[in-house]
Design a binder for this molecule. Structure first.
Ligand SMILES: [Zn+2]
Length: 383
């Protein structure tokens, strides 16, 4: 089966100060660019984002998701609606127990939202584990309302409970496909160089944790991996940067971050030697090799380039994470990404499997979507 091509859409324009004014220039831009894929024989759809907890529209969307779903169905149109997926609300920078799959409270919230999604005829949802925590003593952990969201041994146990809820949801909603997305490390490294301000996400980060997840869910045909190529390359790059600069491990928060990715780490803050051991043990092959090993479980790909984090401590100048970067021939990880996507496309065609490719490149202007257009045309000409 030929892959479905999607472009991301955050429906901000439906929530103007005076309500919805009937105009959707961003969604129109989305459809205009998707027509290039349609002309090449692909089916097309939208990847609808329901927002991030640090965005102003997050609570508006959550206050009445049914209104949004009904409106979107009408605006996107029935033909594209069939191939439209919904990205669940996410909480990377501001933890939220409603979407945090490690917390018991998240279960009712998910069921309620999934009932509405099912009624609206959406067949596929993309989810983050959202099991994010502040680092202890960090700027963000001091607030009293953040209790329960600070990384410690309890948090480690709690975040492991993520899988239980994943399996329960998949059993309850068999008509919905759940694609869980791999995560970048560290969370919030796109905006800060300070290790005290980052957040820890222990699930679906390294190849080890992603493949553990795929093993635990292998008997569930409605659970798969949404491969975010940028997140994968960020994680790979950050771990590489830390391995090459052991001086960075003098910082206790960085050692804690690395300790969090090891399921066997007993210490909250591992020693420098132990941290180096963990870094040496983590396996992060090329994207192409990762894809080869897990082809049958990848149903969704969010395509863009990415680069890792270097914190600003101990005399290091630091470098923020590069996320959602466009693909440019001969630059960044262009070759590896294109090769990985070609394999996914070929496999979908040979196995008659359904795969969606979304071009999740960050834009300055979401009406013209120049970067997404350029990346889409470049990739489609190569795969
Ligand atoms: Zn995502």
């Amino acid at each position: 089966m030929k892959p479905t091509i999607q472009l991301p859409y955050l429906p901000k324009e439906l929530y103007g100060v005076n309500g919805f004014n009937g105009k959707t220039p961003q969604l129109d831009g989305n459809k205009r660019i998707l027509s290039y894929a349609k002309d090449r024989g692909y089916t097309v759809g939208v990847l609808v984002y329901t927002g991030n907890s640090n965005m102003d529209i997050y609570e508006k969307i959550l206050s009445d998701p049914r209104v949004l779903l009904d409106r979107l169905k009408e605006l996107i149109g029935s033909e594209m609606w069939k191939d439209t997926s919904l990205h669940f609300p996410m909480a990377p920078w501001k933890p939220d127990c409603r979407v945090h799959l490690g917390k018991e409270e998240s279960f009712g919230f998910h069921i309620n939202l999934l009932d509405m999604i099912s009624d609206a005829g959406i067949k596929k949802v993309i989810l983050h584990p959202n099991t994010v925590y502040y680092v202890p003593g960090g700027e963000n952990s001091k607030d009293s309302k953040n209790k329960g969201f600070v990384w410690n041994q309890n948090a480690r146990t709690e975040s492991n409970g993520f899988l239980d809820r994943v399996l329960k949801l998949a059993r309850r909603f068999r008509d919905i496909h759940f694609a869980y997305e791999n995560m970048p490390i560290p969370i919030k490294g796109t905006v800060t160089l300070d290790p005290k301000e980052i957040l820890i996400e222990p699930n679906l980060l390294t190849v080890g944790s992603i493949e553990d997840f795929l093993r635990e869910t292998r008997d569930y045909p409605n659970i798969s991996l949404c491969l975010d190529t940028s997140h994968y390359l960020i994680t790979k790059g950050t771990l590489q940067n830390l391995r090459e600069n052991p001086k960075l491990l003098d910082d206790a928060h960085i050692r804690m971050l690395i300790g969090s990715i090891s399921p066997h780490s007993e210490e909250l803050i591992p020693t420098k030697e132990r941290t180096m051991e963990i870094l040496e043990m983590v396996e992060m092959p090329s994207l192409t090799d990762f894809v080869k090993r897990n082809l049958s479980r990848i149903t969704d790909v969010q395509i863009s380039d990415g680069s890792g984090w270097i914190p600003s401590v101990r005399g290091f100048k630091g470098r923020k994470i590069g996320e959602g970067l466009p693909l440019t021939k001969g630059e960044g990880h262009y070759g590896d990404i294109v090769k990985a996507i070609s394999l996914i496309k070929k496999n979908a065609e040979e196995q008659d499997a359904q795969v969606s490719l979304s071009f999740d490149v960050t834009e300055k202007d979401y009406v013209t979507r120049e970067n997404q257009k350029r990346t889409l045309l470049e990739v489609l000409s190569k795969i």
